[in-house]
Design a protein around this ligand. Structure first.
Ligand SMILES: NC(=O)C1=CN([C@@H]2O[C@H](COP(=O)(O)OP(=O)(O)OC[C@H]3O[C@@H](n4cnc5c(N)ncnc54)[C@H](OP(=O)(O)O)[C@@H]3O)[C@@H](O)[C@H]2O)C=CC1
Ligand SMILES: N[C@@H](CC=O)C(=O)O
Length: 404
């Protein structure tokens, strides 16, 4: 027999409203008792009696046994999640930044108070990747996980490649459709994809990595020359987070644009869709595909977590608890395409191998192999120069290799 859930919902924006739309079509022994929002003056689709701006009305209500946290304020989200867990309430959250920044503390709270925090909606919207990493791949050795983890940036790239739309218009559309974060730098700068990657890596590899230790380069500096280059070579550009096990002791994580060939799964993942490629030792390559952003797709993942709580489901974090020394590293070499202005950047990056160089007027690029650590050291310089960088292993026939 499933448990009755009495819910306190935080947030009634894109995802909160999306979740509500889905819940009202179901008969799941779930009651939303109160909804906390920020702005009491906003027009709502439900009677005013549902809403409050006082978080304590939800957090201190002994009848509410489940908190769903769907707000756009990271620190407030952490306070809500930690207070709820500490008072024995289960929590479902879609706040990937909050979870990636506070994973260690959230794990301790779950252990200490024997409560459950679920967050399928936080990673790749409707794609059930966390539950699969937890349950299906718990005994599998995973060589890598990569994919398209951000709907907004993929939407902008698709609009540019397929429809010739300019960057600013495509970004505005992604915002209007409710895909983008409140600060869209999170999307286009690769931060959002990084937070999701960090959460996925905790389940896939049992490593908890600080977000600032992981390199994220985004698509903000993408220029017409880069799109033209990719088109002429029959490639597309996608923003791709990668977690790759290098050996028994090291796993590398990074987020960067990638030049993708037509034979790759990610080539046909367009608009707000996401894709996750899992390379496993025995299952081999597997591909998950689905909408990565939007109220209803994300609401469906949140609802799946809520439904699981009716049966007291908890993540076991098996790989984390049995980790025998696998550590995060940035000690890896990558093959990249770099469009740049000033030769001084190329020198600073200390390419270990140069495969191709091109100059024509103001368009200059170089393709070669370099250390990820050099990109980390020069992240600000890359940004200041508005240089664009994409990794390109297939292009050069060199796959990701350990620097050692
Ligand atoms: N949009 C998407 O496609 C996806 C979003 N997410 C994540 O889900 C979360 C919500 O995103 P989204 O729905 O798009 O955001 P929105 O901006 O659409 O909605 C945010 C909601 O949070 C409320 N809110 C903000 N601060 C507080 C607070 N301190 N207490 C109570 N309520 C508060 C706002 O109140 P008010 O209405 O009064 O302004 C609003 O209802 C974010 O963490 C986001 O990263 C995850 C996956 C997909
Ligand atoms: N801003 C995010 C929303 C979902 O996580 C995205 O665009 O993917």
């Amino acid at each position: 027999m499933s448990k009755k859930l009495t819910i306190g919902l935080f947030g009634f924006g894109v995802v909160g409203q999306g979740l509500y739309d889905i819940i009202k079509t179901k008969n799941l022994n779930i009651e939303i008792k109160k909804i906390a929002i920020k702005d009491a003056g906003k027009e709502r689709s439900l009677p005013a009696s549902y809403f409050t701006t006082d978080k304590d009305e939800l957090l201190n209500d002994p009848e509410i046994n489940t908190i769903i946290e769907l707000i756009n304020d990271t620190e407030a989200a952490f306070e809500i999640a930690s207070r709820a867990l500490s008072s024995g309430k289960s929590v479902v959250s879609a706040s990937k930044k909050m979870i990636a920044l506070h994973l260690e503390e959230l794990l301790k709270l779950q252990d200490q108070y024997d409560t459950s925090l679920l967050y399928e909606g936080a990673v790749c919207g409707s794609i059930p990747i966390i539950r699969n990493l937890e349950e299906y791949y718990d005994n599998e050795l995973l060589h890598s996980i990569c994919g398209i983890f951000n709907g907004s940036s993929n939407y902008i790239l698709s609009k540019g490649f397929l429809e010739g739309m300019d960057y600013a218009t495509a970004l505005k559309q992604a915002q209007d459709l409710g895909f983008a974060e409140t600060d869209p730098t999170m999307d286009v700068g690769g931060y959002d994809a990084k937070f999701k990657l960090i959460i996925a890596a905790a389940h896939a590899y049992g490593v908890v990595v600080e977000p600032e230790a992981v390199l994220n380069l985004g698509i903000e500096n993408l220029a017409a020359d880069d799109i033209q280059y990719a088109r002429e070579k029959g490639l597309k550009i996608k923003l791709v987070p990668v977690a790759k096990e290098l050996d028994d002791e090291h796993v590398a994580l990074f987020v960067m644009p990638k030049l993708v060939t037509p034979d790759e799964f990610l080539y046909n993942v367009e608009y707000e869709y996401n894709g996750v490629i899992v390379q496993a030792a025995f299952a081999d390559q597997q591909f998950f595909f689905g909408k990565g952003a939007g109220g209803h797709p994300t609401g469906s993942a949140v609802l799946s977590d809520v439904a699981a709580l009716r049966y007291d489901y908890q993540y076991e974090y098996k790989k984390l608890r049995t980790n025998k020394g696998l550590k995060f590293t940035n000690d890896i070499e990558l093959c990249v395409y770099l469009r740049y202005e000033d030769d001084e950047l190329v020198e600073a990056l200390e390419f270990v191998e140069i495969k191709e160089r091109y100059y024509s007027g103001s368009y200059k690029y170089i393709i070669g192999k370099l250390k990820l650590s050099k990109l980390i050291d020069n992240k600000q310089r890359i940004s200041d120069q508005k240089a664009f960088l994409a990794f390109a292993d297939q292009l050069t026939g060199v796959s990701l290799v350990s620097a050692k």
